[in-house]
Design a protein around this ligand. Sequence first.
Ligand SMILES: C[S@@+](CC[C@H](N)C(=O)[O-])C[C@H]1O[C@@H](n2cnc3c(N)ncnc32)[C@H](O)[C@@H]1O
Length: 373
Amino acid sequence: MEAVAGIGCGSASASAAWRIGTGRSRAVGGAGGRGRVRVRVRAAGSSGSDVVEFEQVQGEKVRWAGDDPLAKFVSGLIAIKPLFSLLQTGAKNVMVRTAEKSGIPWKEMVEEMQASDVYAELKTLENPALVYPDYYIQPFHGYNTGNLSWEAAFDCEPATRALWKRTFPALDSWKEAGELSRGNWADAIDSHHASFSGGLPVGDVVDLGCSTANSSRFLADRFPTAQVTGLDLSPYFLAVAQRQEKDAMRKKPIRFVHANAECTGLPSKSFDVVSIAYVLHECPQSASRKILREAHRLLKPMGTLAITDQSPKSKAIQKLHPALWILMKSTEPWLDEFYRLDLEAELQECGFTNYRSVLTNPRHFTATATAAM
Ligand SMILES: C[S@@+](CC[C@H](N)C(=O)[O-])C[C@H]1O[C@@H](n2cnc3c(N)ncnc32)[C@H](O)[C@@H]1O
């Protein structure tokens, strides 16, 4: 169990109400930045026993990613081609098996998509003139053609559910875990925007690297009067997203754009909120820097940027079982670069202010910042 304690809430609806804002964070352990911060999440109005805790560890680092000699050794092993292929197949099989055991009907979900009319969406979305960056056309996540395939696109939704379940293993279902994580993330955006954006209403939101729009749908639900735009490099992912959005019958349907987040072609200063959810750990640092600069260009003055991703300070991430992180590293080629990125410094460089960062679930942080006036 990943630093999750004292779960006393049986029902999905009660636990879905848990939010970071209703609990307290308190520092425990040593001083001088080397202590631990315990994030306590509690159901509103519940007794003290309904608490989920997760820890942010300061002054320690993830040994299997970044510059650590162990990280370099593992990366060297993974670079051996036959071992790499074996690990990739292994990683996918483990994911599917574990997901099915926890009630996520992975194979059924894929078959349903395969039988749908999703294929017609591709033509309406794809930008044939788009030039893919080199890092995007390499094997990735165990797929030889990376994100540029139907196979990868159909796996997205069950893989996202599996991620939520892994993130909060003590919660009963992926749905509860997802709602809690996304709820904390959206709360962090809301609270940052309310504190620093001088009353700027949230009218336009762009979700850079939206994949099949799991994050965009959550943003559209949280900001129902806003026009949400989901942007991604994979036309296959966007086709699945658009297929699902047609069934949602939303008042303001999410619109989808097939583009590179490094240079979107969208108008400058046109968004109140820019979201980058779980994208940067999939990018080399050079691409991440360009995406952050582009996010600043897209935001209106005093608009809010929100980045959520793996936290190097998460106790759960630091304590991952070696077998798991070797599998993870074998499908995530840019993880070392991501763990070396100093996000706060990069954002300052782009002109962002009011940097805040908080763990929004046991493994992931949400960083928010304000675009300069
Ligand atoms: C893990 S998925 C993000 C999932 C989604 N935001 C969520 O929270 O559920 C990462 C996405 O980033 C996209 N991506 C990576 N580099 C990109 C780039 N330069 N421009 C646009 N999308 C990119 C990938 O295609 C992929 O869909």
